[in-house]
Design a binder for this molecule. Structure first.
Ligand SMILES: [Fe+2]
Ligand SMILES: [Fe+2]
Length: 346
Protein backbone atom coordinates (compact mmCIF):
# COMPACT_ATOMS: atom_id res chain seq x y z
CA UNK A 1 0.00 0.00 0.00
CA UNK A 2 1.11 3.54 -0.55
CA UNK A 3 2.24 5.69 2.33
CA UNK A 4 -1.08 7.55 2.01
CA UNK A 5 -3.24 4.50 2.77
CA UNK A 6 -4.36 5.94 6.11
CA UNK A 7 -5.29 9.33 4.69
CA UNK A 8 -8.94 10.40 4.78
CA UNK A 9 -9.87 8.00 7.57
CA UNK A 10 -10.83 10.94 9.78
CA UNK A 11 -13.46 13.26 8.34
CA UNK A 12 -13.34 16.28 10.62
CA UNK A 13 -13.47 17.77 14.10
CA UNK A 14 -17.01 16.98 15.23
CA UNK A 15 -17.23 18.37 18.73
CA UNK A 16 -15.34 19.84 21.67
CA UNK A 17 -16.12 20.18 25.36
CA UNK A 18 -14.93 23.32 27.11
CA UNK A 19 -14.74 23.71 30.86
CA UNK A 20 -15.76 27.06 32.32
CA UNK A 21 -15.75 28.47 35.84
CA UNK A 22 -18.37 30.98 34.58
CA UNK A 23 -20.72 28.68 32.65
CA UNK A 24 -23.59 31.14 32.23
CA UNK A 25 -21.30 33.87 30.91
CA UNK A 26 -19.60 31.38 28.60
CA UNK A 27 -22.99 30.20 27.32
CA UNK A 28 -24.05 33.82 26.77
CA UNK A 29 -20.84 34.45 24.80
CA UNK A 30 -21.58 31.62 22.38
CA UNK A 31 -25.31 32.32 22.07
CA UNK A 32 -25.56 36.13 22.18
CA UNK A 33 -22.35 37.03 20.31
CA UNK A 34 -21.72 33.98 18.11
CA UNK A 35 -25.35 33.04 17.48
CA UNK A 36 -25.09 29.40 18.54
CA UNK A 37 -28.21 27.39 19.41
CA UNK A 38 -28.63 25.48 22.68
CA UNK A 39 -29.82 21.96 21.86
CA UNK A 40 -29.67 20.20 25.23
CA UNK A 41 -28.98 20.64 28.93
CA UNK A 42 -27.74 17.84 31.19
CA UNK A 43 -26.52 18.35 34.75
CA UNK A 44 -23.75 20.95 34.74
CA UNK A 45 -23.42 20.88 30.94
CA UNK A 46 -25.07 22.69 28.05
CA UNK A 47 -24.80 21.54 24.43
CA UNK A 48 -24.70 23.97 21.50
CA UNK A 49 -24.41 23.96 17.74
CA UNK A 50 -23.82 26.61 15.09
CA UNK A 51 -26.30 26.97 12.23
CA UNK A 52 -24.33 24.82 9.78
CA UNK A 53 -23.04 22.23 12.25
CA UNK A 54 -24.50 18.90 11.08
CA UNK A 55 -24.86 17.09 14.40
CA UNK A 56 -26.78 17.63 17.64
CA UNK A 57 -23.90 19.60 19.06
CA UNK A 58 -20.39 20.80 18.30
CA UNK A 59 -19.74 22.51 21.63
CA UNK A 60 -20.41 21.34 25.17
CA UNK A 61 -19.84 23.79 28.00
CA UNK A 62 -19.35 22.13 31.37
CA UNK A 63 -19.10 23.98 34.66
CA UNK A 64 -15.70 23.34 36.26
CA UNK A 65 -13.35 25.11 38.68
CA UNK A 66 -10.95 25.99 35.85
CA UNK A 67 -11.19 26.72 32.14
CA UNK A 68 -9.80 24.15 29.71
CA UNK A 69 -10.76 21.45 27.26
CA UNK A 70 -12.78 18.49 28.53
CA UNK A 71 -12.28 16.53 25.34
CA UNK A 72 -12.39 16.87 21.57
CA UNK A 73 -13.82 14.25 19.21
CA UNK A 74 -13.03 13.64 15.56
CA UNK A 75 -15.51 11.82 13.36
CA UNK A 76 -14.13 9.07 11.14
CA UNK A 77 -15.16 8.61 7.51
CA UNK A 78 -16.75 5.17 8.13
CA UNK A 79 -17.32 2.61 10.89
CA UNK A 80 -14.49 0.54 9.39
CA UNK A 81 -12.14 3.53 9.56
CA UNK A 82 -12.95 3.85 13.26
CA UNK A 83 -12.04 0.19 13.83
CA UNK A 84 -8.80 0.57 11.84
CA UNK A 85 -7.80 3.69 13.78
CA UNK A 86 -8.59 1.88 17.06
CA UNK A 87 -6.33 -1.00 16.00
CA UNK A 88 -3.53 1.40 15.10
CA UNK A 89 -3.73 3.14 18.49
CA UNK A 90 -3.70 -0.24 20.24
CA UNK A 91 -0.71 -1.40 18.19
CA UNK A 92 1.05 1.80 19.22
CA UNK A 93 0.40 1.00 22.91
CA UNK A 94 -1.89 4.01 23.33
CA UNK A 95 -4.43 3.37 26.11
CA UNK A 96 -7.94 3.46 24.68
CA UNK A 97 -11.44 3.16 26.13
CA UNK A 98 -14.73 2.46 24.36
CA UNK A 99 -17.81 4.15 25.78
CA UNK A 100 -21.20 5.44 24.69
CA UNK A 101 -22.40 8.21 26.95
CA UNK A 102 -22.62 11.48 25.01
CA UNK A 103 -25.86 13.04 23.85
CA UNK A 104 -26.27 12.66 20.08
CA UNK A 105 -23.26 10.40 19.49
CA UNK A 106 -22.76 6.63 19.60
CA UNK A 107 -19.82 4.36 20.32
CA UNK A 108 -16.78 6.49 21.10
CA UNK A 109 -13.11 5.63 21.46
CA UNK A 110 -11.30 7.83 23.97
CA UNK A 111 -7.55 8.19 24.31
CA UNK A 112 -4.95 10.81 25.15
CA UNK A 113 -2.41 12.64 23.04
CA UNK A 114 1.25 12.14 23.93
CA UNK A 115 0.93 15.35 25.97
CA UNK A 116 -2.22 14.29 27.84
CA UNK A 117 -5.00 16.00 25.87
CA UNK A 118 -8.29 14.08 26.01
CA UNK A 119 -9.21 13.06 22.47
CA UNK A 120 -11.82 10.76 20.98
CA UNK A 121 -12.89 9.15 17.72
CA UNK A 122 -16.50 8.52 16.81
CA UNK A 123 -18.49 7.39 13.77
CA UNK A 124 -22.09 7.24 14.97
CA UNK A 125 -23.47 10.78 15.06
CA UNK A 126 -27.10 11.83 15.13
CA UNK A 127 -27.89 14.44 12.49
CA UNK A 128 -29.58 17.60 13.74
CA UNK A 129 -33.10 18.02 12.38
CA UNK A 130 -34.50 21.50 12.90
CA UNK A 131 -38.05 22.06 14.09
CA UNK A 132 -40.23 23.74 11.43
CA UNK A 133 -39.62 27.28 12.71
CA UNK A 134 -35.83 26.85 12.42
CA UNK A 135 -35.80 25.04 9.06
CA UNK A 136 -33.78 26.86 6.37
CA UNK A 137 -34.88 27.23 2.75
CA UNK A 138 -31.23 26.60 1.83
CA UNK A 139 -31.16 22.83 1.71
CA UNK A 140 -27.53 22.26 2.72
CA UNK A 141 -28.11 24.39 5.84
CA UNK A 142 -29.43 22.32 8.78
CA UNK A 143 -31.00 25.40 10.42
CA UNK A 144 -31.70 29.06 9.77
CA UNK A 145 -28.97 31.62 10.27
CA UNK A 146 -30.01 33.17 13.58
CA UNK A 147 -30.77 36.87 13.96
CA UNK A 148 -28.34 37.24 16.82
CA UNK A 149 -24.79 38.59 17.16
CA UNK A 150 -22.43 37.72 14.30
CA UNK A 151 -23.29 34.02 13.90
CA UNK A 152 -20.57 31.46 13.22
CA UNK A 153 -21.33 28.71 10.68
CA UNK A 154 -19.61 25.74 12.32
CA UNK A 155 -16.83 24.45 14.51
CA UNK A 156 -13.54 24.64 12.60
CA UNK A 157 -10.37 23.49 14.29
CA UNK A 158 -8.53 22.81 17.49
CA UNK A 159 -5.13 24.11 18.59
CA UNK A 160 -3.37 22.21 21.38
CA UNK A 161 -0.52 23.55 23.51
CA UNK A 162 2.06 20.91 24.25
CA UNK A 163 5.40 20.37 25.94
CA UNK A 164 6.48 18.23 22.96
CA UNK A 165 4.97 19.20 19.61
CA UNK A 166 6.75 16.41 17.71
CA UNK A 167 5.34 13.68 19.96
CA UNK A 168 1.77 14.96 19.56
CA UNK A 169 2.24 15.38 15.80
CA UNK A 170 3.62 11.85 15.44
CA UNK A 171 0.52 10.43 17.13
CA UNK A 172 -1.80 12.17 14.69
CA UNK A 173 0.30 11.11 11.71
CA UNK A 174 0.85 7.49 12.74
CA UNK A 175 -2.55 6.57 14.14
CA UNK A 176 -5.11 8.99 12.68
CA UNK A 177 -3.81 9.41 9.12
CA UNK A 178 -3.23 13.14 9.46
CA UNK A 179 -0.73 14.90 7.24
CA UNK A 180 1.32 17.81 8.54
CA UNK A 181 0.70 20.63 6.09
CA UNK A 182 2.96 23.22 7.73
CA UNK A 183 5.30 23.44 10.70
CA UNK A 184 7.58 25.92 12.44
CA UNK A 185 11.06 24.99 13.63
CA UNK A 186 13.43 26.79 15.96
CA UNK A 187 16.75 25.14 15.14
CA UNK A 188 16.07 21.42 15.53
CA UNK A 189 12.97 21.86 17.70
CA UNK A 190 9.47 21.81 16.25
CA UNK A 191 7.50 24.57 17.90
CA UNK A 192 4.35 24.33 15.82
CA UNK A 193 2.60 21.82 13.55
CA UNK A 194 -0.60 22.19 11.50
CA UNK A 195 -2.21 18.89 10.63
CA UNK A 196 -5.08 17.83 8.40
CA UNK A 197 -7.02 14.74 7.44
CA UNK A 198 -8.88 16.42 4.59
CA UNK A 199 -8.30 19.34 2.21
CA UNK A 200 -8.32 22.02 4.90
CA UNK A 201 -4.98 23.41 6.01
CA UNK A 202 -5.63 22.06 9.47
CA UNK A 203 -8.23 20.38 11.63
CA UNK A 204 -5.80 20.16 14.51
CA UNK A 205 -2.71 22.21 15.29
CA UNK A 206 -0.17 21.94 18.08
CA UNK A 207 2.07 24.68 19.43
CA UNK A 208 4.86 24.52 21.97
CA UNK A 209 3.99 25.64 25.49
CA UNK A 210 6.75 28.21 26.17
CA UNK A 211 6.07 27.93 29.90
CA UNK A 212 6.93 24.21 29.94
CA UNK A 213 3.35 23.18 30.70
CA UNK A 214 1.66 20.14 29.15
CA UNK A 215 -1.72 19.09 27.86
CA UNK A 216 -3.37 22.53 27.60
CA UNK A 217 -5.80 23.98 25.12
CA UNK A 218 -4.48 26.89 23.08
CA UNK A 219 -7.71 27.65 21.27
CA UNK A 220 -10.87 26.34 19.70
CA UNK A 221 -11.87 27.93 16.38
CA UNK A 222 -15.24 28.58 14.76
CA UNK A 223 -15.74 29.33 11.08
CA UNK A 224 -17.17 32.41 9.40
CA UNK A 225 -15.75 31.88 5.91
CA UNK A 226 -15.68 35.63 5.42
CA UNK A 227 -13.04 38.10 6.57
CA UNK A 228 -15.50 40.98 6.91
CA UNK A 229 -17.28 39.03 9.66
CA UNK A 230 -14.04 39.07 11.68
CA UNK A 231 -13.99 42.89 11.41
CA UNK A 232 -17.68 43.10 12.36
CA UNK A 233 -17.11 40.69 15.25
CA UNK A 234 -14.15 42.75 16.50
CA UNK A 235 -16.41 45.82 16.65
CA UNK A 236 -19.04 43.83 18.51
CA UNK A 237 -16.53 42.43 21.00
CA UNK A 238 -15.00 45.88 21.57
CA UNK A 239 -18.40 47.42 22.28
CA UNK A 240 -19.50 44.62 24.61
CA UNK A 241 -16.22 44.24 26.57
CA UNK A 242 -15.13 40.85 25.28
CA UNK A 243 -11.34 40.80 25.52
CA UNK A 244 -9.68 40.77 22.08
CA UNK A 245 -6.18 39.28 21.97
CA UNK A 246 -5.17 39.82 18.33
CA UNK A 247 -6.54 40.48 14.87
CA UNK A 248 -8.33 40.70 12.59
CA UNK A 249 -5.47 39.74 10.27
CA UNK A 250 -4.35 36.85 8.07
CA UNK A 251 -1.80 34.20 9.04
CA UNK A 252 0.95 33.29 6.58
CA UNK A 253 0.77 29.78 8.06
CA UNK A 254 -2.45 28.26 6.59
CA UNK A 255 -3.39 31.68 5.07
CA UNK A 256 -6.40 31.65 7.41
CA UNK A 257 -7.98 34.93 8.55
CA UNK A 258 -8.02 35.19 12.33
CA UNK A 259 -9.46 37.05 15.28
CA UNK A 260 -8.57 35.81 18.77
CA UNK A 261 -10.67 36.60 21.81
CA UNK A 262 -11.06 35.25 25.32
CA UNK A 263 -14.51 33.98 26.25
CA UNK A 264 -15.55 35.02 29.78
CA UNK A 265 -14.56 31.63 31.25
CA UNK A 266 -10.94 32.22 30.16
CA UNK A 267 -10.63 29.97 27.09
CA UNK A 268 -9.15 31.46 23.93
CA UNK A 269 -11.53 31.32 20.95
CA UNK A 270 -10.52 32.00 17.36
CA UNK A 271 -12.92 33.31 14.75
CA UNK A 272 -11.84 32.07 11.36
CA UNK A 273 -12.61 34.16 8.28
CA UNK A 274 -11.57 32.63 4.97
CA UNK A 275 -10.32 29.08 5.48
CA UNK A 276 -7.02 29.82 3.75
CA UNK A 277 -5.09 27.50 1.46
CA UNK A 278 -6.92 24.30 0.44
CA UNK A 279 -4.75 21.22 -0.06
CA UNK A 280 -6.25 19.66 -3.19
CA UNK A 281 -2.89 18.03 -3.97
CA UNK A 282 -2.99 14.73 -2.02
CA UNK A 283 0.77 14.43 -1.52
CA UNK A 284 1.96 18.02 -1.38
CA UNK A 285 5.01 18.36 0.85
CA UNK A 286 5.03 19.75 4.39
CA UNK A 287 6.06 23.40 4.37
CA UNK A 288 8.58 24.32 7.06
CA UNK A 289 8.77 27.87 8.40
CA UNK A 290 12.00 29.06 10.00
CA UNK A 291 11.96 31.49 12.93
CA UNK A 292 13.58 34.08 10.66
CA UNK A 293 10.33 34.19 8.63
CA UNK A 294 7.96 33.86 11.54
CA UNK A 295 6.54 37.41 11.29
CA UNK A 296 5.02 36.54 7.90
CA UNK A 297 3.96 33.15 9.23
CA UNK A 298 2.08 34.61 12.17
CA UNK A 299 0.38 37.65 10.65
CA UNK A 300 0.86 38.87 7.09
CA UNK A 301 -0.61 42.25 7.95
CA UNK A 302 1.66 42.76 10.95
CA UNK A 303 -0.84 42.18 13.78
CA UNK A 304 0.90 41.61 17.09
CA UNK A 305 0.44 38.15 18.60
CA UNK A 306 1.41 39.08 22.15
CA UNK A 307 4.07 37.12 24.01
CA UNK A 308 2.35 37.76 27.34
CA UNK A 309 -0.61 35.68 26.17
CA UNK A 310 -0.41 34.09 22.72
CA UNK A 311 2.80 32.13 23.31
CA UNK A 312 2.34 31.52 27.02
CA UNK A 313 -1.33 31.32 28.00
CA UNK A 314 -3.38 28.17 27.60
CA UNK A 315 -6.13 26.56 29.61
CA UNK A 316 -6.24 25.26 32.27
CA UNK A 317 -4.02 28.03 33.60
CA UNK A 318 -2.73 28.25 37.16
CA UNK A 319 -3.20 32.03 36.89
CA UNK A 320 -6.29 33.94 35.89
CA UNK A 321 -5.94 35.67 32.52
CA UNK A 322 -5.36 39.07 34.16
CA UNK A 323 -2.80 37.62 36.57
CA UNK A 324 -1.09 35.83 33.70
CA UNK A 325 -0.83 39.04 31.66
CA UNK A 326 0.66 40.86 34.66
CA UNK A 327 3.16 38.05 35.35
CA UNK A 328 4.23 37.72 31.71
CA UNK A 329 4.22 41.44 30.82
CA UNK A 330 7.97 41.48 30.21
CA UNK A 331 8.34 37.98 28.78
CA UNK A 332 9.74 37.67 25.25
CA UNK A 333 12.16 35.71 23.07
CA UNK A 334 15.08 34.42 25.13
CA UNK A 335 13.68 35.69 28.45
CA UNK A 336 13.44 33.47 31.51
CA UNK A 337 9.98 31.98 32.06
CA UNK A 338 8.25 33.68 35.02
CA UNK A 339 7.13 31.42 37.87
CA UNK A 340 3.67 29.97 37.35
CA UNK A 341 2.40 29.30 40.89
CA UNK A 342 -1.08 30.67 41.40
CA UNK A 343 -1.07 34.12 42.94
CA UNK A 344 -1.53 33.73 46.68
CA UNK A 345 -0.38 30.08 46.68
CA UNK A 346 1.78 28.97 49.57
FE1 LIG B 1 -6.29 28.45 14.92
FE1 LIG C 1 -5.00 31.16 14.05
Amino acid sequence: MSENSDRFEVAHLARCELFSPKPQETEDFFTRFLGMYVTQREGQSVFLRAYEDPYQWSLKITEAPQAGMGHAALRTTSPEALERRAASLKDGNVDTRWHEDEFGFGKTLSFQSADGHNLALVWEAEKYVAPPELRSKILTRPSKKPLQGIPVKRIDHLNLMASDVTAVKNGFERHLGFRTTERVVDGDVEIGAWMSSNILGHEVACMRDMTGGAGKLHHLAFYYGNGQHNVDAAEMFRDYDIQIEAGPDRHGITQGQFLYVFEPGGNRIELFGEAGYLHMDPDCPTQTWQMSDIDTGLAIGGANLPWETYFTYGTPSPLSLDQHIERFAHFGPGAEVPTMEPVGAV
